[in-house]
Design a protein around this ligand. Sequence first.
Ligand SMILES: Nc1ncnc2c1ncn2[C@@H]1O[C@H](COP(=O)(O)OP(=O)(O)OP(=O)(O)O)[C@@H](O)[C@H]1O
Ligand SMILES: [Mg+2]
Length: 139
Amino acid sequence: MPLYRTATEADTIALGARLANELPRGVVLLIGNLGAGKTTLAKGIASGLGAASPDDVASPTFTLIHEYGRGLVYHVDLYRLEEAREIESLGIEDLIDSGALVLIEWGERFPELFPPPRTEIYLRALPDDSREIELRRLG
Ligand SMILES: Nc1ncnc2c1ncn2[C@@H]1O[C@H](COP(=O)(O)OP(=O)(O)OP(=O)(O)O)[C@@H](O)[C@H]1O
Ligand SMILES: [Mg+2]
């Protein structure tokens, strides 16, 4: 379970870019409080895969799902959803089955929808604004 520390937003983007090619396709849950850096890390991951430049990656809080690199990467934000059945209607399963990398914010609230195999990336803000970032592979 690798543990990383990033000092700045740019560092977190760079870490995402470095990790991107090692992440198995399928579900990646980005787990952390509001402002922890989930979307920032997603910018790095999408750019590391050559699917988008970091500036093109914006939070899908209202749009729910963004696609980058024509089906290569999807970025999902479930913050505004409350019920599993609302999420099921989004068709995320099909994206997972397509072999894409599916980055999901706030997905840990619905663990039954995202059974292993999956990757979990935990982000924690420290008082000096650095971030602790830990990877776990399940299944
Ligand atoms: N070391 C760091 N790594 C990442 N972001 C940092 C860091 N230091 C400061 N920041 C700032 O923290 C914020 C992280 O925002 P981001 O949108 O990535 O969080 P989030 O976890 O996606 O939040 P939300 O739950 O609201 O979607 C940005 O404003 C960024 O500039
Ligand atoms: Mg976000």
